[in-house]
Ligand binder design. Structure first.
Ligand SMILES: [Zn+2]
Ligand SMILES: [Zn+2]
Ligand SMILES: [Zn+2]
Length: 275
């Protein structure tokens, strides 16, 4: 499995317009962060997690060639508002794209992008999406055949990949993280219930929210993130959704002194490979 972090910044992105703080002025490219999103490639499928407001730039910058399905964590603008630009991917295949999300998120998406969920949209140049409300583990089935150019050794028509939604607390909202095999993606996550911890056992990699050092009502700060990692005990953890309080090199150095776990600071276009 290959995970590419398309963006690792908090909702404002880094640098923040008009801000002259040292992180926003940093010359380290790892301190330049588009909004948080990722693409997961496995079994011949290419799954996008969130259509960030920087979607278009992220697709171009990371040269994403295909989107077989979208896993949507929640409806906040930074994770959703690039949705319309997905039509380029509809046009490339002539097919609708499935979106998977929670019952709470679905009406929020439809209230903003309802027009994109109509059959036959493609011929009008609009995005054409299918909404799937999921509450437990679900399967994504490839519609590609080897003749369509499915990745070598990848999944052919009829084979299915299992995806598990994992509910996490994001302030007053409960939103979705997703587990795919031994990888989990937990953005915008302040709290994790005992039931959700149980869904996160035996992970090789967790990608997890770590907004900043100081406390925040809806995101985990560094201490809270490390406590989650301590409970989950993945082989490797990667921090995302970082604000301009966090300078990459500084947090990297600090992690070495405060935790013995294998925790890395995420950065845009970072690639993570798992077995
Ligand atoms: Zn966010
Ligand atoms: Zn700043
Ligand atoms: Zn959010």
């Amino acid at each position: 499995m290959k995970i590419t972090l398309l963006g690792t910044g908090t909702s404002q992105g880094i640098p923040v317009p008009l801000c002259s703080c040292r992180v926003c002025r940093s010359g380290d490219r790892r301190d330049r962060r588009l909004r948080t999103s990722a693409v997961v490639e496995t079994d011949g499928l290419s799954l996008l997690i969130d259509t960030s407001i920087d979607f278009r730039e992220q697709m171009l910058r990371s040269n994403v060639q295909r989107i077989d399905a979208v896993l949507l964590t929640h409806h906040h603008f930074d994770h959703l508002f690039g949705l319309d630009d997905i039509r380029a991917f509809n046009q490339a295949t002539g097919k609708a794209i499935d979106i998977y999300t929670s019952p709470q998120c679905e009406p929020e998406v439809l209230s903003r992008f309802g027009y994109a969920f109509k059959e036959g949209n493609l011929k009008y140049g609009l995005p054409e999406l299918r909404m799937n409300i999921v509450k437990e583990a679900f399967e994504i089935t490839s519609t590609l055949t080897s003749a369509d150019g499915a990745a070598e050794g990848g999944m052919l028509r009829g084979q299915a990949l299992q995806v598990l939604p994992v509910e996490v607390g994001h302030g007053r909202l409960n939103i979705y993280g997703f587990r795919i095999k031994n990888f989990a993606y937990l953005t915008d996550c302040k709290t994790i219930s005992e039931a959700s911890y149980r869904l996160l056992e035996n992970l090789e990699v967790v990608v997890i929210d770590c907004l900043r050092y100081t406390e925040h009502p809806t995101h985990a700060n560094l201490a809270e993130t490390l406590a989650h990692i301590d409970r989950i005990k993945p082989k490797r953890a990667v921090l995302i959704h970082l604000s301009h309080e966090v300078m990459h090199a500084e947090l990297e150095a600090r992690l070495k002194t405060i935790t013995s776990a294998n925790v890395e600071v995420g950065y845009d276009q970072m690639q993570i490979i798992t077995d």
